[in-house]
Design a binder for this molecule. Structure first.
Ligand SMILES: Cc1ncc(C[n+]2csc(CCOP(=O)(O)OP(=O)(O)O)c2C)c(N)n1
Ligand SMILES: [Mg+2]
Length: 257
C-alpha cells in the first residue's frame, strides 16, 4: 500500500507538510537538520505564508535546505546569511525572512553579521543549529565545541589555553536591544520537537509583527562528526551539551511587564 492510500484510509494521523517536497534529504542517520526542516515547513504552512516566505540557506550541512522546502530561498556565502536576510527583509518588509545556519556559519565566520543583524532589530529570524562541530567539512572544532571535546582539529580535546572557551551565541544575542525573542531548544524527543516548533512559530510571528530580531538555537547532534551512533549521540548531547547550553527562553519581549 502506498503512503497516500494509508493516509486515505485514515490509518495514520500524521501527514507531512505540503511545503516539504519529495526530494530525498542527504543527511546522515540521526542528524537533527531534517527534523528542524520539517518544523520550519509545518510552521510556514500553518501560518499560510508559503508564498510570502524567503529562507536564506547557509554553507554547512544545511546548504541544500532550498532543495527540500518549496518556498523561495536565497543561498548565502559562508557566514553571510544574516546580512543577506537583512537586504531581503528591507526589500520585502511584509515577507517572512529567516536564515538557517550552523554554528560554524552563524557563530564562527559569521559572528559579525549575526550579532549586528540581531542588534539592528531587522525583523528576521535566525534558526541556529548548534551541533558543536563543523559537520560538513569533516568534524573540525567549531566556536561552540565543548571543553575537552575531541574533534578533527582538537585531537586531544578542546583546551581553553589554546582554543578559548565555547561561545554562547544565544546569551550574547539576548543582551542586544534589537532582539525580541531568543530561545534554546532541541529535537531529540517528541516533547522537545513540539517545544521547538512552538518556538519557531513564536519567532516567525514576532518577525512578521516587526518586533525585532529573533534567534532560535537548536542544540543538535552530529553522529558523523562526533563519531557516535545516533542513540549514543543523543545521550552525549544530553549529558554534555545541555549543561553548558541550557535549554529555555533567554529573552521574550512578549513577557516583559
Ligand atoms: C569562506 C569559506 N570558508 C570556509 C568554508 C568551508 N566550510 C564549509 S562548511 C564549513 C563549516 C560548517 O559548519 P557549520 O556551520 O557548523 O554547519 P554544519 O555542517 O555543522 O551543520 C566550512 C568551514 C567555505 N565553504 N567558505
Ligand atoms: Mg555545526
Amino acid at each position: 500500500m502506498t503512503k497516500e492510500e494509508i493516509i486515505q484510509q485514515g490509518q495514520v494521523a500524521y501527514k507531512s507538510s505540503s511545503l516539504l517536497n519529495k526530494n530525498t534529504m542527504h543527511y546522515c542517520p540521526g542528524c537533527s537538520h531534517g527534523v528542524v526542516h520539517k518544523l520550519v515547513a509545518e510552521v510556514i504552512e500553518e501560518m499560510e505564508l508559503g508564498d510570502k516566505s524567503v529562507g536564506v540557506s547557509p554553507v554547512g550541512c544545511g546548504v541544500f535546505m532550498y532543495k527540500y522546502l518549496d518556498i523561495d530561498f536565497q543561498e548565502a556565502a559562508h557566514g553571510r546569511a544574516a546580512a543577506v536576510a537583512t537586504a531581503i527583509k528591507r526589500v520585502l518588509p511584509n515577507h517572512l525572512v529567516f536564515t538557517y545556519q550552523g554554528d560554524g556559519d552563524a557563530a564562527g565566520i559569521g559572528t559579525n553579521e549575526t550579532l549586528h543583524a540581531l542588534n539592528r532589530g531587522e525583523g528576521i529570524t535566525i534558526i541556529f543549529i548548534n551541533n558543536a562541530i563543523y559537520g560538513m567539512t569533516g568534524g573540525q572544532m567549531a566556536p561552540t565545541t565543548l571543553l575537552g571535546q575531541v574533534t578533527a582539529t582538537s585531537p586531544y580535546g578542546r583546551e581553553p589555553a589554546i582554543h578559548g572557551y565555547p561561545l554562547k551565541l544565544s546569551e550574547m544575542a539576548a543582551m542586544l536591544e534589537g532582539t525580541a525573542y531568543v530561545t534554546r531548544q532541541s529535537v531529540e524527543t517528541v516533547a522537545a520537537i513540539k517545544k521547538t516548533k512552538k518556538a519557531i512559530r513564536k519567532a516567525f510571528e514576532l518577525s512578521m509583527e516587526h518586533k525585532g530580531s529573533c534567534l532560535v538555537e537548536v542544540v543538535a547532534t552530529c553522529s558523523s562528526g562526533w563519531k557516535l551512533p545516533p542513540v549514543k549521540a543523543n545521550e552525549w548531547m544530553k549529558e554534555n551539551m545541555f549543561p553548558y547550553y541550557p535549554k529555555g527562553d533567554l529573552k521574550d519581549i512578549t513577557k516583559v511587564q
